[in-house]
Design a protein around this ligand. Structure first.
Ligand code: UDP
Length: 455
């Protein structure tokens, strides 16, 4: 049973930029290897996804809109996790699950050979199985984090075996909360083993995380396929960055840090204040991206300490909203990245050879930060026993990375790793694509047997 046309893969990420972005990079890699791709999301997300698809991919990546119910507490402009206040995330998840019949209709009409869905949307495997479409999970963070959370899930009373990933006591409560929420999200309807292909993709590489990939396969009993780190092309960063690039062009090589906490985390007032004073104390040049949740229309002057802008003068640039992060990170003046340690930001930083000043906040970030310290590409800003950040600690680590010996070592490590990953990533995705192709073949073979009445 062979197929002369291309295999069609249906991609369904969780509705947040940090998840959509690696799915989109995966989409491009699949197209490069001969697949057709459907990428499904809500209308509000599709409008920005459209701007990120280079013209050469437009005919092979088909965007599919999933209509979500218009709930009173979640009107359409909230049908995205970008900028959505955290307390509304479970409502968004509820709206998605209510749209099961819509997804079923879409899959029936689009007839994909394979579904690749976010681990945050396990229920989609159940929908696909009713149409005999094989489903593969995609985990968009690192293996260290997945092995830790799976361990908490499966062996809650056994100590986690990897010492280097030990969380600080102040991080444990949040980690347990994430596991609890995931358990609540998990849909018993899709627990039946026949609905799983038993395959899971992960956007990482054995080069960095071999032992964690092995441990997570052992724990979750899935075949885990690393597909390499997925990094957006800096040239697809949004426009409007001439001013930043000119400003950066006047700074010395490696003299400046980018400070950014991703698309979905918003600093508390206390954190904003400590970061602001930490940057002041460090005396290092910086670009700081300050974002607020949807509906909070604060000006930067109102949000930051009084007199901040006068005191930092030309040494710092503060931007509201969305920054062309990937493009900034590739500029030769950038010498460090103060990051919340979202997996995409980390992958970009490693790819561009930039040492990380880790300031993890929530979710997978504390575990990601421990991994980065273990592999020698980051220093972490430690908090006090209550989990509070302090300006002196922030300034110390920034100075260490930009002006100290530790910075030189980190830079050397991260550059070496970035170079190795560029090769390994190609090998990883090629190997994974062979497995995915096999699943498409098997699916079509069994459908053919059924149609011929040979079952
Ligand atoms: N990003 C960006 N501009 C911003 C903030 C974020 O381009 O102002 C991009 C960043 O380059 C990365 C993604 O958004 O690709 C954030 O993903 P990450 O996993 O780091 O964090 P999350 O947003 O999921 O917390």
């Amino acid at each position: 049973c062979t197929k002369s046309t291309k295999w069609k893969v249906f991609l369904f990420p969780w509705l947040a930029y940090g998840h959509i972005s690696p799915f989109l990079e995966l989409a491009k890699k699949l197209v490069d290897r001969g697949f057709l791709v459907d990428l499904c999301s809500s209308s509000i997300n599709l409008s920005f996804i459209r701007t990120r698809i280079p013209e050469t991919y437009c005919s092979s990546i088909h965007l599919v809109e999933l209509q979500l119910p218009d709930l009173q507490e979640l009107p359409p402009h909230y049908h995205t996790a970008n900028g959505l206040p955290l307390h509304l995330h479970s409502t968004l998840q509820k709206a998605l699950k209510m749209s099961k019949p819509n997804l079923l209709n879409i899959l029936e009409a689009r007839k994909p050979d394979l579904l690749i869905h976010d681990v945050k949307q396990l229920w989609t495997a159940g929908v696909a199985s009713t149409l005999d479409i094989p489903a593969v999970r995609f985990f968009t963070s690192c293996a260290a984090m997945c092995s830790y959370f799976s361990h908490l899930f499966v062996k809650p009373n056994v100590e986690f075996p990897f010492q280097a990933l030990r969380l600080h006591p102040y991080e444990l409560t949040k980690a347990h909360k994430v596991v609890k929420e995931h358990r609540e999200d998990d849909d018993p309807e899709v627990r039946a083993p026949e609905e799983f292909t038993g395959v899971m993709l992960i956007g990482t590489s054995r080069e960095m995380e071999g032992k964690y990939i092995d441990y997570m396969s052992e724990i979750i009993k899935f075949k885990v396929l690393p597909i390499g780190t997925l990094v957006q092309d800096p040239m697809t960063s949004v426009d409007g960055n001439m001013e930043i690039m000119e400003w950066l062009g006047k700074k010395d090589k490696f003299s400046t840090i980018l400070v950014s906490f991703g698309s979905g985390y918003f600093l508390t007032n206390q954190e904003l204040e400590e970061v602001a004073f930490g940057l002041e104390l460090s005396q290092v040049n910086f670009i700081w991206v300050v974002r607020f949740p949807k509906g909070e229309n604060l000006s930067l002057e109102e949000a930051l300490p009084q007199g901040f802008f006068e005191r930092i003068g030309h040494r710092g640039m503060v931007m509201g909203g969305w920054a062309p992060q990937a493009k900034i990170l590739t500029h030769s003046s950038i010498g460090g990245f103060v990051s919340h340690c979202g997996w995409n930001s980390i992958s970009e930083s490693i790819d561009y050879g930039i040492p990380i000043i880790a300031m993890p906040m929530d979710l997978d970030q504390p575990m990601n930060a421990k991994l980065l310290v273990e592999i020698g590409v980051a220093l972490e800003v430690l908090r006090d026993e209550n989990g509070a950040l302090h300006r002196e600690g922030i300034a110390r680590v920034i100075k260490d990375v930009i002006c100290g010996k530790s910075g030189e070592n980190l830079r050397c490590n991260v550059r070496n790793l970035g170079k190795k990953l560029r090769f390994k990533n190609v090998e990883d995705i090629d190997a994974a694509v062979m497995e995915l192709t096999q699943l498409c073949h098997e699916k079509n073979h069994s459908s053919w047997i059924r149609v011929m009445g040979m079952e």
